[in-house]
Ligand binder design. Structure first.
Ligand code: UDP
Length: 463
């Protein structure tokens, strides 16, 4: 009888063979190099930076001594393996104080790339599954910091850090460092010191300055079935510079946005507009990033969605993708966005008959928002809003820009490359035109006063 081969230690032992033997011998050496190389890289870069900037550092040291009679200050942070350290800065006032942090890199408290160094209170609040972030040195630049700069840090910081640690590689770190430099040069500081008004006024459209998490909570709360029968559904809208350019000349659209229950800021253009005016945009709250978060929250809260719009089959495919990710999600119905005016009553009846709580309409701006406004009274959903080309992305029909492009605020450039014929006017002409209009509004703000109703609604709800 043929003997059965049992794998593992019970099986017949074979010699490792020359190739495997060499591999086993080299493996620990490889691991050591993999651990040492990033540290070597950090050390070299820190030495290089300190050396190049040494004339400035001498002036900075003298200035600190003159002002504070000491060179360095620091604040307590929690480092690798939860070891506390002092994050350094030069004492006194004035520029370049932050350069002292390169001494932390030299000492090994910090790396160039890593999770943000946390205070003791922040470190204590990190959920247990995300504590793996303490396995690596905190970084001068972090994935969360990079995304915050363009307002797309919608995932919880500790979860993003966990993902970073598990997927860390030399190539990934170099990419993140390069993107941070580029975004720092393009975008300046994160703008934490600028005021963040509750409502932003662009082209007389009141835009709620909020976070993605709050915006999702708002939709789910407004979609509460207990509110059924209490008047027309709430209307929400996302606006990007293209929408605001349209609203500039399209009175009906502008009035719809002014009367909507809330308008949310979509895209890097609004971020840049805010920076021009010395304001801070809290987050880029766009529909494409909101969709999966909303699906997750809706599934948890038991709210159902209806997806209306895009080419035949696309909304259904997007629904399928999301139900694959969130099995509890109820999509009460889907329907494409290519129907005649004569079919409209039937479409509305189908939405109402589905019993959906939240209606997403993907016809593109301004049509989708005008459609919601003009059919509000006939719809029995509790929240309705336009979402542009969102179903195309989630159905896989059109690929979305890679994360590195989004982190640089270049999603628009990717869209331009995908459909140059349709998008060049929107971006190549539209983006500068929008910034020109922001500048005009800065010169004559009284011409762009918000209508009283819009101002009241938005102040009331965003605070
Ligand atoms: N669309 C539709 N019916 C129409 C015209 C357009 O459903 O009569 C859909 C189109 O298929 C696409 C979306 O509306 O899915 C508009 O996408 P676009 O890229 O213009 O939106 P954006 O997000 O750029 O505003």
């Amino acid at each position: 009888m043929k003997s059965v081969e049992i794998p593992g230690p019970l099986g017949r032992r074979r010699g490792p063979g020359l190739k495997l033997g060499v591999k086993r011998l080299l493996w620990p050496l490889g691991r050591l190099l993999a651990d040492l190389l990033p540290r070597l890289f950090d050390l070299t870069l820190a030495l290089f930076v300190l050396l190049i900037l040494s004339p400035l550092l001498v002036i900075r040291v003298l200035s600190s001594l003159a002002q504070a009679r000491r060179v360095l200050d620091g604040d307590g942070r929690i480092g690798r393996l939860r070891c506390p350290f002092r994050r350094l800065r030069f004492a006194g006032r004035g520029p370049l104080r932050g350069l002292a942090v390169w001494l932390n890199v030299l000492r090994g408290d910090m790396a160039v790339v890593g999770p943000r160094p946390l205070t003791a209170a922040e470190a204590a609040a990190v959920p247990v599954p995300d504590q793996v972030r303490f396995a690596v040195r905190p970084g001068l630049v972090s994935p969360f910091g990079l995304r915050s700069r363009v307002g797309i840090a919608h995932v919880q910081e500790s979860a993003l850090d966990r993902e970073f640690v598990y997927g860390q590689s030399m190539k990934g770190d170099l990419g993140l460092a390069a993107r941070s430099v580029v975004s720092g040069v393009l975008g300046g500081s994160g703008g934490a010191n600028r005021p963040a008004p509750a409502v932003l006024n662009f082209c007389a459209v009141p835009i709620v300055n909020t976070t993605m998490a709050e915006a999702v909570d708002w939709v789910v709360a407004r979609a509460d079935p207990a509110l059924a029968g209490h008047g027309a559904p709430a209307q929400m809208a996302f606006v990007n510079p293209d929408c605001l350019n349209i609203a500039w000349r399209h009175d009906d659209y502008r009035h719809v946005l002014q009367r909507a229950d809330r308008v949310l800021p979509d895209g890097i253009g609004i971020h840049i507009g805010c920076r021009m005016r010395g304001e801070m945009l809290r987050e880029n709250v766009n529909g494409t990033d909101m969709f999966p978060l909303l699906c997750e929250a809706a599934a948890r809260a038991g709210r159902s969605l209806y997806l209306l719009g895009a080419r035949p089959g696309i909304a259904a495919a997007a629904a399928q993708t999301m139900q694959g990710r969130f099995p509890d999600l109820v999509v009460a119905g889907t329907r494409d966005g290519y129907f005649d005016a004569a079919d409209e009553p039937g479409v509305i009846d189908a939405i109402n008959a589905s019993g959906a709580d939240i209606l997403l309409v993907a016809f593109g701006a301004p049509r989708q928002d005008l459609w919601v406004a003009s059919n509000r009274e006939r719809l029995t959903v509790r929240v309705a809003f336009g979402v542009g080309g969102l179903f195309d992305f989630y159905s896989g029909r059109i690929p979305r820009a890679p994360v590195w492009m989004r982190e640089l605020g270049l999603e628009w450039a990717f869209r331009l490359l995908q459909e140059p014929g349709r998008m060049w006017r929107r971006y190549v002409i539209g983006n500068p035109l929008f910034l020109f209009r922001v500048w005009r509004q800065m010169l004559a703000p009284e011409r762009f006063a918000l209508p009283a109703a819009g101002r009241d609604i938005h102040h009331g709800e965003s605070t």
